[in-house]
Design a binder for this molecule. Structure first.
Ligand code: BGC
Length: 721
């Protein structure tokens, strides 16, 4: 980045850069976890020398204060450290996993949750979080699906930008803000076979139309940093990828924030087979455009020699250091004297955590209005009813399980101990033993209704925790079978880090509520939903397959030359000699998902009517108003998430059968009708064509105003020149 002399920040960057030795520059470009509590003599000496620009996930508030004091007061140039930490879905107060938050479809609430997390983290001396994760995935086997905001680039863009605004507040210079990080740049979620860290092949057109979009949205929202990823993308590891980092991020998007590598992802270019040795890795990481190396030390160890030999120009190093200093200056870290830091829950945290957990829950089934409960006595059964750590979810470094409110505790609070019959049934979600079944059946027999808390432990999702199957692990299905013998209505509450497949459990249950890993306040939030104090409004941010064999599956797929028809649903299956048509389907399972993207029930019913367009056509410079009347036809006030989808019927490249263009959460009182209006601009329909130009193309479109990606009122319009 060339300095703009007029800009005081840039002037300060340049002045500092002039005074820095090469060692000090390489120190700034290095990030370490090695900060001891209490600080070791080695720590102190290195900070004085300027050996590190940043520490991540290391030590606590007291050490951060002391380390920063040494950096500011005792290092030659007084350049502050920046402390990074994985504040992913909360800090002390834990919110639902990102995939769960995404099910709220509520950017404002997500912003508020990130604001709380940002404040809590900032109070303890953390400057920078490695969130939001903006990876698009269509593969629930991938353990990190838990950390995503789902499969859709539009939804992820809106919600990811909201998180950036939450973490960063009005300004990253404010003492209660933290810098956000758009990660993992890019394509990481397309890992082959859903196996973490695996290879990705994504044609540029798909990269631009899908995977890059949320990153661009985060950039536009002002995200302070980017993180390059672990995956190799089209043959080039993303932590040494000149195309994504230099061409797209720096040249096309003109990004002047800081880029950090992922954990050792510079060194990992060696096992990738892209770098011959650590020196080559350093060369390729820097050439790619990574400013700061996380954990591995190839930059510090090798760039000096590469400079000396003339293989690396000093300008590459200076550019990287500029990006780092600019961030530290923008954050005001040179002028902040930290004091009185502590890890503590924000006073607003619990209420927001409760609201967002309730809004994240997706009602998947509710026969004969089983929910909300009106019952006298309940059986609470299952390994996840009272498991604080599991309910917190994938990323919780600073939370205290003792502050977690479980469903069991919340239901006992609400009903009194005497009306709750509790049996764990299984020790954990993976437990295969039936030892607890008799007690569980006894609890079911003693109660009017059975609440089964099933799913996956925390450890079964997240980084490096991919699964080849999506079923409920352990003997959970057998537990449901056993408990069903009591003949009481069953409500299955599923807590998990990914979409699971659970057809037999759904069949035995009258109601199914999908709760993800709901965080600190998951218990009270679920009690609110189960008893109707909160009416479910969550919608799936990702397609739920019928079986793992359908994966990858997503709603915004292309058509084929032989799309299957509705008539091919529910056919008797299982023979390779099935006489039916030569269409794109499976012989042994329906081609449709179990639950589509955007799906979720309520305790009330909604009717969509009277879809109208302001005009049957619009020009490339124009816009269109699309409206429909939405009525709450049930007896409860509730929120309906109204979704706008389009499809271009023919274009210069094939286009998805549906794409989400807008959505709105509409509050409707029982019996109320509202007209919901969307403005669709022609530019909203733009996509990258095969020449990599972003433009909308004239043609015929379908449009839906819909409750999910499979239903809705449909109309047509033309886009004209
Ligand atoms: C993960 C990142 C995380 C980083 C720092 C890596 O292993 O991929 O998402 O931010 O570690 O903990």
């Amino acid at each position: 980045m060339q300095a703009l002399a007029a800009d005081p920040t840039e002037a300060r960057v340049e002045a500092l850069l002039k005074r820095m030795t090469l060692d000090e520059k390489l120190g700034q470009m290095s990030q370490s976890t090695e900060l001891r509590a209490p600080l070791s003599e080695k720590n102190k000496a290195e900070i004085r020398q300027g050996r590190w620009g940043s520490f991540l996930n290391a030590a606590g508030p007291a050490e951060r204060v002391e380390a920063q004091r040494i950096a500011l007061k005792e290092s030659r140039l007084g350049i502050p450290l920046i402390f990074g930490r994985d504040v992913i879905h909360g800090y002390r107060t834990v919110f639902p996993i990102p995939l769960g938050q995404a099910a709220s479809w509520d950017p404002e609430l997500i912003r508020q949750a990130a604001r709380v997390a940002g404040r809590e983290a900032a109070r303890s001396g953390v400057h920078w979080t490695f969130a939001p994760m903006l990876d698009i995935t269509r593969d629930p086997r991938w353990g990190r699906v838990a950390e995503t905001l789902g499969e859709d680039p539009y939804l992820t863009s809106i919600l990811g930008a909201a998180m950036v605004r939450g973490f960063q507040g009005g300004s990253i210079g404010a003492a209660d803000s933290i810098a956000a990080c758009a990660k993992h740049y890019v394509g990481y979620g397309a890992a082959e076979g859903g196996r973490d860290y695996n290879t990705t092949w994504i044609p540029e057109i798909e990269l631009r139309n899908v995977f890059l979009r949320p990153f661009d949205a985060a950039r536009q929202a002002g995200v302070a940093t980017f993180m390059s990823a672990f995956n190799s993308l089209n043959g080039v590891p993303t932590s040494g990828n000149e195309f994504t980092l230099r061409q797209v991020l720096r040249k096309e998007w003109k990004y002047d924030g800081m880029v950090v590598s992922d954990w050792e992802s510079i060194r990992e270019m060696i096992p990738h087979g892209y770098a011959a040795d650590p020196a080559d890795a350093a060369f390729k990481g820097l050439r790619g455009g990574v400013d700061m190396e996380m954990v591995s030390t190839t930059y510090f160890d090798h760039l000096k020699a590469l400079i000396a030999s003339g293989q690396v120009p000093m300008s590459w190093i200076d550019d990287g250091v500029r990006n780092i200093l600019r961030l530290k200056l923008r954050m005001g870290l040179f002028d902040r004297q930290p004091a009185g830091l502590a890890i503590a829950a924000d006073p607003e945290g619990a209420a927001i955590a409760r609201r967002i957990a309730a809004q994240s829950a997706v009602l998947l089934k509710n026969d004969s209005n089983t929910l909300p409960l009106t019952t006298k006595t309940i059986a609470v059964i299952g390994p996840l009813a009272d498991s604080p750590v599991d309910q917190m979810g994938a990323w919780v470094m600073d939370a205290d399980p003792k502050e977690v409110r479980t469903p069991l505790a919340a239901l006992r609070d609400r009903l009194g101990e005497g009306r709750v019959h509790w049996a764990r049934g299984l020790k954990s979600s993976r437990d295969q033993s039936r030892d607890g079944f008799a007690e569980a059946l006894g609890a079911a027999r003693a109660s009017d209704v059975v609440l089964l808390f099933l799913g996956e432990e925390q450890i079964l999702s997240g980084e490096a925790h991919s699964r080849a199957f999506l079923n409920l692990p352990g003997a959970q299905e057998a537990l449901v079978e056993e408990v069903a013998k009591a003949g009481k209505p069953i409500v299955a509450v599923i807590m998990a880090g990914r979409p699971l497949t659970f057809p037999s459990v759904a069949a035995k249950s009258s109601a199914v509520l999908y709760a993800w890993h709901p965080g600190t306040m998951g218990g009270p939030a679920l009690a609110d939903v189960l008893f109707g104090d909160a009416v479910p409004s969550g919608r799936l941010p990702i397609t739920f397959p019928r079986t793992v064999g359908q994966v990858p599956i997503h709603y915004a797929h292309m058509s084929t030359g032989r799309p299957p028809s509705e008539k091919e649903l529910g056919i008797p299956m299982g023979t390779p000699l099935d006489p039916r048509g030569f269409t794109s389907k499976y012989l042994d399972v329906d081609f449709t998902p179990e639950f589509p993207f955007g799906f979720g029930l309520s305790y009330t019913t909604f009717e969509y009517a009277n879809l109208r367009l302001s005009s049957p056509s619009m020009s490339l410079a124009g816009s269109l108003t699309i409206s429909a009347d939405i009525s709450n036809t049930g007896s409860r006030d509730a929120v309906e998430t109204v979704q706008l989808y389009t499809r271009q019927l023919a274009a210069s490249i094939t286009r998805p059968v549906r794409e989400l263009r807008a959505f709105r959460r509409v509050h409707l009182r029982a019996g109320e009708k509202q007209t919901v209006e969307f403005t669709l601009k022609a530019s909203d329909l733009a996509f990258y064509n095969s020449k990599m130009q972003l433009a909308a193309e004239p043609g015929d479109f379908h449009v839906w105003v819909a409750p999910d990606s499979a239903l809705g009122l449909q109309a047509a319009f033309k886009l004209t020149r």
